[in-house]
Design a protein around this ligand. Structure first.
Ligand code: ADP
Ligand code: ZN
Length: 523
């Protein structure tokens, strides 16, 4: 066992990495590993997780094995370490036979401080036998949430990492992730057999991020307005589909922006070129699907835009977390609309996942929508989701800076719900709104819906306002969207009290959509 003291660790920190102080809980985490104990580390992106295993890798005798899911990330890390004079190498599928053999020889000769390995490499018993023959400093399992079958970063190869506990009982292990939700944490601990590990969970508040969420009205114009305030800084623009990535990139280029595209359907070479250009050139916009981001270490991303609503608060948190890693002010800016909810619901309906997995996803989607529709400080909602207490409004979100007004929507909501009922819960939002507005199109005529008592009773609001009402009714659980993939609206148990007039309902007025209604509507 090593007897490294705090003072010695600090000297190493300065000598090898050039830093004067440990950040947050780094010192405690490193001490835990140096003292041969396991650790589970849950810290937001940019908090400095890598150092938590890199420093003990040097402080302890033997080679540290780091499991990491992304080759690009591995290569960057290895390059950075070698630059700092550390003997680091990587084993993954993109090596030639000669490169692999050279690395394995260095490993067996005890020349490596840190070896990065792709998870699938550890399935090979041969490699694990090699590990048995040499002194090991520790195992680090980066992006440990990839072990979770609930999450969408699930990597089956991560499941095999559970065997390390039995095969290497005397080697300390550290699992790291930026994913905060309790279920995933529990799964990491169970599947990796880390029940004895020290748990380090630092705060999830990204103090330098400004959160802004607004309804989609004219998305392109809204985006241009936003970009015009960003004075040529670098940012990531997330879209829900590959097609939208391509269309948006092209359109932004036409508008004179330096926009690059990134999604899993692009050729690997193009992806790599674009990623490098984004990282090394100033002021680039990366238009991307969620395929872009994990492990991209660009500290000065000044904003992250979501043109579509992510499927969960976890995704939103991780993706927005890529802004402002340097600690300077940055913005998380999002547009959302009913279409996003329908789109995600459709994906879920088509998914072949088990019903319980779907139910969890459904819940995640609902809470995401609730964040968008929240009528209080965004940061409070976000941190409460991660079980953190954040009592005061933050002053750094759209709601704190410019609270949306609310209006008494009880009567309109009753009309909306009755109309769903009268149309036998068989139609989607657009049709129900057409009935409310008293439109007389083909579908209305075919269904004979101009005969309904609710036909034309909703003239007090326009279409955009009705959409806002429906969105909020869904977000608050008064209406549900069926799993049939057609966006059919259904009444919920909850809507009874509203229909009976037992409660009043206040909804937020969307600043752009809801103009002050004349007469009987208060704001
Ligand atoms: P994470 O993996 O948690 O997202 P990283 O390990 O990539 O974060 O670290 C984020 C940044 O913080 C990196 O640029 C890293 O060099 C820097 N960093 C880490 N620890 C310290 C420290 N003690 N002092 C100063 N900078 C640090
Ligand atoms: Zn706030």
């Amino acid at each position: 066992m090593s007897h490294t003291t705090q003072a010695e660790l600090k000297i190493l920190l300065k000598k090898v990495f050039g830093y004067d102080e440990f950040r947050g809980q780094q010192a405690e985490i490193i001490t835990t590993l140096v003292n041969n104990q396991d650790a589970v580390v849950i810290m937001p992106t940019g908090a400095g997780k890598s150092l938590c295993y890199q420093l003990p890798a040097i402080a302890r005798a033997g080679t540290a094995i780091v499991v990491s899911p992304l080759i690009a990330l591995m290569q960057d890390q290895v390059a950075g370490l070698v630059e700092n004079g550390i003997n680091a190498a990587a084993l993954h599928g993109h090596l030639t036979k000669e490169q692999r053999q050279a690395t394995e020889q260095a490993l067996l000769a005890g020349q490596l401080d840190i070896l990065y390995v792709a998870p699938e490499r550890l399935k090979s018993e041969r490699l694990r036998r090699v590990f048995q023959q040499i002194p090991l400093a520790l195992f680090a399992i980066d992006e440990a949430h990839c072990v979770s079958q609930w999450g969408h970063d699930f990597r089956p190869d991560y499941l095999t990492l559970g065997c390390l506990a039995q095969e290497f009982p005397h080697v300390p292990r550290i699992a790291l992730t930026a994913t905060a939700d309790k279920r995933t944490q529990q799964e990491i601990i169970e599947r990796l057999h880390l029940q004895q590990a020290q748990l380090y969970c630092s705060g999830f508040d990204r103090k330098n991020l400004f959160y802004h969420i607004e309804p989609k009205q004219q998305p392109r114009q809204q985006l241009l307005d936003f970009l015009s305030q960003q004075s040529g800084e670098a940012g990531i623009i997330y879209c829900a589909s590959r097609r939208k990535v391509e269309q948006t990139t092209e359109w932004l280029q036409q508008q004179g922006y330096a926009a690059l595209a990134y999604h899993a359907g692009l050729d690997a070479k193009i992806r790599e070129t674009n990623q490098r250009q984004f990282i090394y050139e100033d002021g680039q916009l990366m238009v991307a699907t969620v395929a872009f981001g994990m492990g991209v270490d660009k500290p000065d991303v000044r904003f992250v835009v979501h043109l579509d609503m992510p499927r969960s608060i976890e995704s939103y948190y991780q993706e927005t977390g890529r802004a402002g890693r340097d600690g300077l002010p940055a913005t998380a800016w999002m547009l959302y609309g009913l279409q996003d909810v329908l789109f995600n619901r459709q994906l879920l309906a088509q998914s072949t996942a088990e019903p319980r997995v779907k139910a969890v996803e459904q819940h995640r989607l609902d809470t995401m929508l609730a964040l968008c529709e929240s009528t209080c400080c965004r940061r409070q909602v976000l941190l409460r989701y991660f079980s953190e207490n954040y009592t005061k409004p933050c002053g750094q979100c759209d709601w704190c800076v410019n609270p949306a007004s609310t209006w008494n929507a009880t009567e309109s909501a009753q009309k909306a719900l009755s109309c769903v009922y009268r149309t036998h819960q068989r139609y989607g939002v657009s049709h129900v709104i057409n009935v409310l507005l008293g439109r007389n199109n083909k579908q209305i005529q075919q269904c004979g819906h101009q005969q309904l008592s609710t036909w034309g009773i909703g003239q007090e609001l326009n279409e955009a306002q009705w959409r806002s009402v429906f969105r909020q009714l869904i977000a608050q659980g008064y209406l549900a969207i069926s799993m049939d993939g057609y966006g059919t609206l259904q009444l919920t148990e909850r809507c009874r009290s509203l229909l009976r007039g037992e409660i009043a309902l206040y909804l937020r007025s969307d600043q752009r959509a809801v103009k002050r209604p004349k007469g009987r509507f208060e704001l």
